[in-house]
Design a binder for this molecule. Sequence first.
Ligand code: GLC
Length: 557
Amino acid sequence: MEGHKEPLWLKVEGSHCSLSEMDDFDLTRALEKPRQLKIERKRSFDERSMSELSTGYARQDSILEMAHSPGSRSMVDTPLSVRNSFEPHPMVAEAWEALRRSMVFFRGQPVGTIAAYDHASEEVLNYDQVFVRDFVPSALAFLMNGEPDIVKNFLLKTLQLQGWEKRVDRFKLGEGVMPASFKVLHDPVRKTDTIVADFGESAIGRVAPVDSGFWWIILLRAYTKSTGDLTLSETPECQRGMRLILSLCLSEGFDTFPTLLCADGCSMVDRRMGVYGYPIEIQALFFMALRCALSMLKPDEEGREFIERIVKRLHALSFHMRSYFWLDFQQLNDIYRYKTEEYSHTAVNKFNVMPDSIPDWVFDFMPLRGGYFVGNVSPARMDFRWFSLGNCVSILSSLATPDQSMAIMDLLEHRWEELVGEMPLKICYPCIESHEWRIVTGCDPKNTRWSYHNGGSWPVLLWTLTAACIKTGRPQIARRAIDLIESRLHRDCWPEYYDGKQGRYVGKQARKYQTWSIAGYLVAKMMLEDPSHIGMISLEEDKQMKPVIKRSASWTC
Ligand code: GLC
């Protein structure tokens, strides 16, 4: 710490109008129902430009007005979203009640929400635990409602857990690994609370959650941005926690790509689903976490080196993703005509992808206008599947260029039947079946075609979709998705996922009262009512980072 002196890079710049602030204004105008909007200027801190940092001129960050007055907490029982809506949907109040029921307390303090509050289910498994990824929409709902304490407690509690020694059998895990989930054990006799955590050593498949650390950093920024409370992220503990996570993914090895190599099952898709390698979900979260960390790391003795490494990685990662993961009509046509077995720097088909490996469905699926980041790219392998979370996070983090973001939304509109159907939103498209299912999933009966992680529809994804819609100025798409959710979710008791090609059936093994289905709905509603909320989960494009992708059919048509 530098005593009480305010670090240079955090000084207030009163007259400065941040990019995100200007953007909020445009978003508001883009919406059709202005009378429902509660326009508040959020206290925020800007993201430092990567290029500025790389040249050593860190811009002084600006702090805008406070998001929530301290007094707002006295009204916690009536959610702001209910009070401010013009005509609140009856589901909103029910959802708040259900969300509050799922809260978990440690020594009297709220520290998270359990994954599902489903008493009817025979098997609890680990659904009575607080999952890091599942808590994100809950946290955003609480932040948007002016209740940051549970989020702060969660961030501190998980930070403490990160400090535990983690082992799988005789193998010691990296220091920075964050838990997938934790559980509070109450002893009614001794009146004590203890915590057990799972870092992958109990998880099905024994995979460490790569996404947890990234979500933790993203949430720390959301908390800071929403409350204007810089003191949490500035603590030596939080700074160290970030550095530990970063050293896990910025370490040098045998990599030839800036993307992060992962095992199957290390994120939301936590079972074998052929997402090993360089899955889009992890790459997008990695990019977003790097940018969030960049805005919070102090350039002190320990932080400076990380800042430099992040800046370099971001440049390489965005180039790689925008060039090699991007697929649109033109790009597909180019791959279709690829030569193979090229050697040397002049190779066009750098990863030696065989055109014969392009699945038939993608030729019909690809519209003339539109595009997306494919599921995975590695030597001789392109997974052409569309994954919703990775694509939405690419928009939110500005990993996607503005043109690419528009193209992702164009594709969603064109392929609404396939990607949304009757229940937003497919986790991936299409499903895998028959022989491929046997080989890729290892005959997983939970991941049969159009079910669960294999083309199932997950209501939680509504919030990422809504955020992406608002960021790209297309709130009407989000409204359409919310209408679908409102026609069913409550009646079906907030299931975890839906099955079928259209997402028409409540999932075979879906839990009811799944917390992130509930919280995801609330977050989507609140963001649509007050689009300025999106600032806590979205990062503006770094204007200095030149887009590398060549223009192609999806944005010239
Ligand atoms: C399932 C999901 C995972 C989620 C967990 C708790 O395992 O695949 O993404 O975190 O349930 O809801």
